[in-house]
Design a protein around this ligand. Structure first.
Ligand SMILES: NC(=O)C1=CN([C@@H]2O[C@H](COP(=O)(O)OP(=O)(O)OC[C@H]3O[C@@H](n4cnc5c(N)ncnc54)[C@H](O)[C@@H]3O)[C@@H](O)[C@H]2O)[C@@H](O)CC1
Ligand SMILES: Nc1ncnc2c1ncn2[C@@H]1O[C@H](COP(=O)(O)OP(=O)(O)O)[C@@H](O)[C@H]1O
Ligand SMILES: [K+]
Length: 491
């Protein structure tokens, strides 16, 4: 099952539907217990709980209540817990009473050397940036202190993931029942997200009501990479055709084609003026300068480094005029921005892969903070699938279902990395994957390839490409293992 990310309203609906669990404070006790356990585990990992020092920053709402109850539990484990109440007259009264009864101290400032600081400023009810007093406390925390956010890092919008300035940057975020959208959309700000079961599973709502976008991510097990069957040959696995590069930009052709060659065990064709360069680097590719001579393919990738002249526009029109799956990137997107009628309403599978700048060109407006709404809006308007690139890649289909992927690192932010992505996704389209799945799976292995190739050092797109095979192998061996594990016993 894909992992779901809900809006604040959807989470609140689920909490309300739990009835007595909410009104009786059971949900909050369970949430707080989860927070305390995570912090205790963190302290135990580094020497134990007894005598350690935890600071709690407490806002006016239930998020502060969670933090106070968690603080009380940590006191009972022998931790020294100090709290700053940002709005002393509105602090959660039962939480504060429990905290004080357990020996927790309150004051205007926190001790200097803290093992952990807990962000209980705001959660689902937060609006805008961290206010001054809280901002000063978090700015003064030294780099050794582990920052644990209750539910969400304060200053991060729960629904859009917008990171206001200032906002808490957490090492660990403990959330309850179901993940919130910001946990994916602002993943780098959340650190490791720990989901605590508070008994909401039976009351979680259907998402996407009234056509609103949904957000989910594929688990590693769901990356079902195409692998050849005993009866397969080079044609049956789907032939991918790449139209990329130019005399000026042969590199884009080499990178996109190389990615396709690496991502599929079938066949890759190439069309473009850089055909000689492509074959010199990838002799297995069948390359030609003319689209008319290309031969049959099951999906086209076009755009990287292709140029935007009349010949490129004519090629784009011809390819989009077929009933084959098409991935349009880079220069093809510039041409589409000039004439959206080229793709608007195209019925065959169509995947557009803009970065933020190309996205602005396509829509005529800057992307803004709500990337999810923007990408889902464009996909619905043109009835195509749109993959918005960046650290968090979002792939929206026309019905409003969005798959997201956090790259986990940003080493892929390098010239030519997008050309590699287009070749990978094109290979998956040719293998029959839907544009949404092709885009999301390609983004996942692309990010993993960048991590493997980098190992903590800068990389270029060629190095990223060389990380692609080991990255894919991680997913194919995982699914092969699953098949073996679940095979019925031979006896
Ligand atoms: N509803 C429930 O049953 C449960 C809620 N839980 C917790 O309750 C939280 C939601 O609680 P609330 O609805 O009380 O809302 P919050 O505690 O998230 O925030 C609301 C308060 O913060 C103030 N506020 C808003 N933006 C601010 C900012 N930028 N700086 C400072 N103060 C700001 C508001 O004026 C309001 O007083 C969840 O995030 C979660 O931590 C958990 O206990 C699980 C159960
Ligand atoms: N900050 C980032 N962190 C992780 N990945 C990123 C980041 N920025 C870009 N990427 C990824 O790197 C690739 C860059 O593509 P693109 O912007 O088209 O570059 P180019 O046109 O030079 O190939 C995309 O796959 C994108 O998702
Ligand atoms: K918080």
């Amino acid at each position: 099952m894909p992992i779901r990310y809900l809006t604040a309203d959807e989470v609140r609906d689920a909490e309300r539907a739990s009835g007595d669990l909410l009104t009786g404070g059971v949900l909050m006790r369970r949430a707080a217990h989860g927070v305390a356990q995570v912090i205790a585990a963190e302290l135990n990992r580094t020497g134990g709980c007894y005598g350690r020092s935890v600071g709690v920053v407490v806002g006016a709402g239930d998020n502060g209540g969670d933090a106070l109850f968690a603080g009380a539990e940590l006191c009972r484990r022998g931790v020294r817990v100090d709290a700053v109440l940002l709005a002393a007259d509105r602090a959660h009264s039962a939480g504060l009473a429990a905290f004080r009864a357990a020996g927790g101290r309150t004051g205007e400032r926190l001790p200097d050397a803290l093992d952990v600081i807990v962000d209980g400023v705001v959660g689902l009810g937060g609006r805008g940036p961290l206010r001054t007093k809280a901002a000063e406390i978090f700015a003064g925390v030294d780099s050794e202190t582990v920052v644990v956010a209750v539910d969400l890092p304060s200053g991060v919008d729960a629904d859009t993931g917008e990171v206001h300035d200032p906002a808490v940057r957490a090492d660990l975020t403990v959330t309850f029942g179901v993940r919130r959208r910001a946990h994916l959309l602002a993943a780098p700000q959340c650190g490791r997200v720990v989901l605590v079961d508070i008994g909401l599973d039976d009351v979680l709502p259907e998402t996407g009501r009234g056509g609103a976008p949904t957000l989910s991510s594929l688990s590693d097990d769901e990356i079902d990479w195409p692998t050849p069957d005993p009866g397969d040959d080079k044609y049956t696995q789907g032939v991918v055709g790449i139209i990329a590069g130019s005399h000026r930009y042969p590199g884009a052709a080499v990178l996109a084609t190389g990615a396709a060659v690496t991502a599929t065990s079938g066949m890759t064709r190439f069309v473009g003026s850089a055909h000689a360069e492509v074959v010199a680097r990838w002799p297995e590719v069948v390359a030609t300068p003319d689209l008319a001579d290309a031969g049959r393919v099951q999906a086209w990738v076009l755009g990287p480094g292709m140029g935007t002249d009349d010949a490129a526009a004519a090629t784009l029109r011809t390819v989009l005029g077929t009933d084959l799956p098409v991935l349009a990137d880079a220069d093809a997107l510039t041409l589409i921005a000039r004439d959206p009628g080229l793709v608007d309403g195209r019925t065959s599978p169509t995947l557009l892969t803009p970065h933020a700048g190309e996205f602005a060109r396509l829509t005529g407006t800057e992307l803004g903070a709500d990337r999810l709404a923007a990408v889902a809006g464009l996909a619905a308007r043109w009835s195509v699938t749109v993959l918005l690139k960046g650290r968090i890649t979002l792939v929206a289909d026309p019905t409003g279902h969005v798959l997201g992927n956090d790259a986990g690192s940003s080493w892929a932010a390098t010239a030519g990395a997008g050309d590699v992505l287009s070749g990978i996704a094109g290979a998956l389209l040719a293998a029959g994957r839907s544009p949404r799945i092709a885009g999301a799976a390609a983004a996942r292995v692309h990010a993993r390839a960048a991590e493997l190739a980098s190992g903590g050092a800068p990389i270029g797109a060629s190095a990223l490409l060389s990380g692609l095979r080991p990255a894919i192998r991680e997913f194919t061996t995982r699914s092969a293992r699953t098949r073996v594990d679940t095979a019925p016993s031979a006896r």
